[in-house]
Design a protein around this ligand. Structure first.
Ligand SMILES: Nc1nc2c(ncn2[C@@H]2O[C@H](COP(=O)(O)OP(=O)(O)OP(=O)(O)O)[C@@H](O)[C@H]2O)c(=O)[nH]1
Ligand SMILES: [Mg+2]
Length: 276
């Protein structure tokens, strides 16, 4: 489990509070120091950790908790509640358009997992009895179109492509028309990545956004890149009105902290996670 290691460390840090009949501020502070370390070790962003500890302390050092019969349990409960708040809803769902097709724009840096995840998402939607259409808007490498076709083939979802001689926003627009004519109710647009966030990438994404007005703009980030993923998410979120995040490669040795941080920093829900 992604947060397995972190949960275990947190439980250990809090175990000392459990049996205590009375708690002093010092007891709480000591436990919070360990909680803080556990979070930082799990690669949670330092600012997120700071806010988290403050929120827990503010609640825990209140008289209600200190004077209760089981103060230790109360503090543990507060930590768990605040952690849940930090992670957000467990399974944020795709927001379907009232009038189909629902248009989903996938964006993110090179190699983040956009193409792979587009396929997974298409499969997932199919299982919900939707009729998804994949759209190849990465025109910079012919191999990229081929890759999406292979991915689509695997999950038995058609891929709309116009080769690489048209601009991505034109392809996207044509794909929506195609979807309407052929009653596809979800359109997943796979876009090109870049090594870094630059004007060109943002410009291209903005053009697609203007052309098709997506219902969801999902930022795909690689959880293995840790705090870098947090920075990328923050910058994307400033430039593009993203509606949610997809975290990939959570099966790798990612410590999970980045996942917690991204949600906290961007205040956008994590809509989907990729593993393997
Ligand atoms: N372990 C693991 N590997 C993943 C996951 N998602 C994607 N990958 C791998 O990451 C690599 C890049 O994935 P792509 O889907 O091609 O990434 P992309 O964002 O489309 O990349 P560009 O189109 O080049 O920008 C591939 O080798 C994938 O197999 C995941 O959830 N877990
Ligand atoms: Mg790709």
């Amino acid at each position: 489990m992604v947060f397995g290691n972190l949960s275990e460390k947190l439980q250990n840090a809090l175990a000392k509070l459990k049996g205590k009949g009375r708690l002093s501020e010092k007891d709480v502070n000591m436990a919070m120091r360990e909680v803080r370390l556990a979070l930082l070790e799990a690669d949670v962003n330092f600012k997120v950790v700071k806010d988290f500890i403050k929120a827990v302390k503010d609640r825990a050092i209140g008289s209600e908790v200190m004077e209760s019969l089981t103060p230790g349990q109360q503090v543990i409960k507060i930590v768990n509640e605040e952690l849940t708040l930090l992670m957000g809803e467990r399974e944020a769902k795709i927001d379907f358009a009232p009038q189909p097709p629902t248009i989903i724009l996938m964006c993110g840096l090179q190699g983040a997992g956009k193409t792979t995840t587009s396929g997974k998402l298409a499969y997932n939607l199919k299982k919900q009895n939707k009729r998804p259409l994949l759209v190849a808007c990465d025109i910079y490498r012919l191999a990229a179109i081929k890759q999406l076709e292979v991915v689509g083939n695997k999950v038995d979802v058609p891929v709309f492509t116009m080769g690489n001689q048209n601009k991505p926003n034109h392809i996207a627009k044509a794909a929506i028309e195609h979807a309407k004519r052929n009653s596809y109710d979800c359109v997943i647009i796979d876009t090109a990545g870049r090594l870094h966030i630059d004007e060109e990438l943002m410009g291209e994404l903005e053009e697609i956004e203007e052309s098709v007005d997506p219902d969801e703009i999902l930022l795909v980030v690689d959880a293995m890149t840790g705090q870098d993923a947090v920075n990328v998410a923050e910058t994307f979120n400033e430039k593009l009105e993203i509606t949610g995040i997809i975290l990939t490669k959570l099966d790798g040795d990612a410590r999970g902290g980045a996942a917690l941080s991204i949600r906290a920093v961007t205040e956008k829900p994590i809509k989907f996670v990729g593993m393997g």
